[in-house]
Design a protein around this ligand. Structure first.
Ligand code: SG7
Ligand code: ZN
Length: 285
C-alpha cells in the first residue's frame, strides 16, 4: 500500500509517467533551489498582488478534500491578480491548496539547498483572458488544456512555538475540521479572510518555468516561490495531518481500510525533479 498520496492519480509517484507521459519529460516541478548557483536578477521586478486584500462576498469559500490535498476557492466578484514580476500577462486567482509531510522535516515540494519545510501553500493563478468572446470561439476548436497558462505562488511555512502562532492561518486550519473525509464538498463561511494575510513580509522570490506537480504534469507553470517562510504553530500544522485521503493498492485500486489512521494524507509532496538546463532567478529587493 502506497502512503505517498500526493497525486491526482491513483498511481504511486514513480508510475505517473506510464499513464501521463508529460510527467517523464522536461521542465518538471518541484525543484531544489541551489542558492550558491542562483544570482539576484537584474530584470525581474517585484510582483504586484492586486486585490489580494479582497474577500469574497458573504465570505463564500468552497473547500474540498480531494483525497490528495485540500483545495479552497473563493467566490470573488473581483478576483485577486498577479501583475508585474516579469510575467507579461495578468493572472487571476483560481484556487489555493497545500502540500505537507508526516513530520516537520519534510512536506514542502520545493527545497532550498536541500532543506524541506513542513508545509507549502500554492496559490494557483490562470492567465486572464481579455476578450471573452474571441476566446469562446477559439475554445471550440481547441483542446481545453492546450492554452493552459498558469502562474503559481509558492509559500513555505516554518513551525514556531505556539505563542508565536500565525492567527492569519486560523480561518484555514479551522475550516479543515469540516473536510476531514475526502470527496465531500463543503461551503465554508470563513471569517473575513484575505490572501494578503498569508503572504510573507519580505517578497523576495525564486522564479523558474516548470510544471504542475501532479498528473498530468503539464509544463505550463511560471513558478514564483517566496524566499521567506511564514510561521505556523505545531497545532495548526497537526490540522493538516488529520485530513483523510484514499489508500491505494499496487494496482492503483482504492482500498477500504478499517483503521482510520491508515487513511490520513501524510505525504502529498512530489520528489524534486531535474533542473536540466533551466535557469532559476531570484528577485531580491
Ligand atoms: C492539487 O495540485 C490540486 C489540483 C492541482 C494540482 O492536486 O490543487 O487542482 C485541483 C482543482 O484539483 O491542479 C491544475 C491544478 O491546479 C497541481 O497544482 S500544483 O502544480 O500547483 N501543485
Ligand atoms: Zn501544489
Amino acid at each position: 500500500i502506497s502512503r505517498h498520496t500526493g497525486v491526482n492519480s491513483t498511481q504511486p509517484v514513480d508510475k505517473w509517467r506510464d499513464e501521463y507521459p508529460k510527467c517523464g519529460r522536461h521542465n518538471q516541478s518541484p525543484i531544489n533551489f541551489d542558492t550558491s548557483r542562483i544570482q539576484p536578477s537584474d530584470t525581474l521586478q517585484h510582483i504586484f498582488f492586486v486585490d489580494y486584500d479582497e474577500h469574497p462576498p458573504h465570505h463564500a469559500w468552497k473547500i474540498f478534500n480531494n483525497g490528495h490535498t485540500v483545495v479552497m476557492k473563493g467566490n470573488y466578484t473581483c478576483p485577486p491578480q498577479l501583475q508585474g514580476g516579469a510575467l507579461v500577462d495578468k493572472y487571476e486567482v483560481v484556487q489555493l491548496h497545500f502540500h505537507w509531510g508526516e513530520e516537520d522535516f519534510e512536506g514542502s515540494e520545493h527545497r532550498v539547498d536541500g532543506h524541506q519545510y513542513p508545509l507549502e501553500l500554492h496559490i494557483v493563478h490562470k492567465k486572464r483572458v481579455h476578450d471573452e468572446k474571441a476566446n469562446d470561439d477559439k475554445k471550440e476548436l481547441k483542446n481545453e488544456n492546450e492554452d493552459l497558462n498558469l502562474a503559481v505562488i509558492g509559500i513555505f511555512f516554518d513551525v514556531v512555538s505556539d505563542e508565536n502562532a500565525n492567527p492569519n492561518l486560523d480561518p484555514v486550519t479551522q475550516a479543515l475540521e469540516r473536510v476531514i473525509k475526502p470527496d465531500e464538498p463543503v461551503d465554508a463561511y470563513l471569517p473575513t479572510f484575505t490572501l494578503q494575510s498569508l503572504l510573507p513580509k519580505y517578497r523576495d522570490y525564486y522564479r523558474y518555468t516548470g510544471s504542475l506537480t501532479t498528473p498530468p504534469c503539464d509544463p505550463v507553470v511560471k513558478w514564483s516561490v517566496f524566499r521567506q517562510p511564514v510561521p505556523i504553530s505545531r497545532q495548526q500544522m497537526e490540522a493538516f495531518r488529520r485530513l483523510e485521503g484514499h489508500v491505494h493498492d499496487e494496482d492503483g485500486q482504492i482500498q477500504t481500510v478499517a483503521n482510520a489512521t491508515e487513511t490520513r494524507i501524510l505525504k502529498n509532496f512530489r520528489p524534486v525533479q531535474p533542473i536540466g538546463n533551466r535557469i532559476v532567478s531570484l528577485y531580491s529587493s
